[in-house]
Design a protein around this ligand. Structure first.
Ligand code: ADP
Length: 218
């Protein structure tokens, strides 16, 4: 479904969010205080505007209150990012996601009502560490402190076997949510589905169980 999204701050993070969402067909308003930055985004947004996002009058005249989603990606200017987030919430924007530079910034943003706070460098660091720790891990999503979804490359141990034969749920307490085979994704695979060479298993479970499966089952 097409969403109305305003992206504020068009640095590396904001511009990539903006381009990607626009490419997916969403209705995007891209705002930055630097006119040169704004002009580079004219092909990647439905509307662009040069404005100081800490100025309430500017936000109002741009009709920001009519958007259902806002991404605040103002880099290191903590004061501007906090002020802008606060105003967006006061104007009634239902979902405000904000980029934070560190833990302290994240805490403040959560207190003032940001609906989600993202720390790109920190989060990417965690993912990178998981990839290095286990080269079998293709991708990684944290569901909570204890539960995750991971993508694991099928190893010799499992290739040629059916999910029923592997008995992953019983032996390791993990669920195989899907099997990726090239461009095809078999969602909700059946017990009789066989793992083939090059497949990627998408598994969900407790972190300890996933680790056990990764170490012993693969
Ligand atoms: P990144 O780390 O994502 O590259 P940057 O710090 O390089 O982030 O970019 C932040 C962007 O936010 C810049 O393009 C800057 O012009 C913009 N910006 C900073 N303050 C404001 C503000 N008050 N209103 C609108 N845009 C702002």
């Amino acid at each position: 479904m097409k969403k109305q999204i305003v992206v504020i701050g068009l640095g590396r993070f904001g511009s990539s969010v903006c381009k990607e969402l626009y490419g997916m067909g969403h209705d995007i308003m891209a705002i930055d205080s630097n006119p040169e930055t704004v002009s580079t985004m004219s092909d990647y947004a439905s509307h662009t505007a040069t404005a100081d996002a800490t100025d309430e009058g500017s936000l109002k005249s741009l009709g920001v209150r009519n958007f259902e989603f806002a991404i605040v990606a103002i880099g290191d200017d903590l004061q501007a990012s906090v002020l802008c987030t606060l105003m967006l919430k006061e104007l009634g924007v239902p979902k405000v996601w904000v980029k934070a530079r560190d833990q302290q910034h994240q805490k403040i943003l959560e207190r003032i009502g940001a609906d989600r706070v993202i720390q790109p460098e920190y989060e990417m660091g965690v993912r990178t560490a998981h990839h290095i720790d286990s080269e079998k891990v293709v991708d990684y999503i944290n569901l909570s402190e204890n539960y995750s979804i991971i993508e694991l490359a099928a190893s010799k141990k499992v290739i040629g076997k059916t999910l029923g034969e592997l008995n992953i749920r019983k032996d390791y307490g993990c669920m195989i949510l899907a099997i990726k085979h090239g461009e095809d994704v078999n969602i909700a695979p059946l017990l009789e589905d066989r793992v083939e060479a090059g497949d990627i298993l998408i598994a969900m479970g407790h972190k300890d169980d996933l680790k056990r499966f990764e170490d012993k089952g693969l």
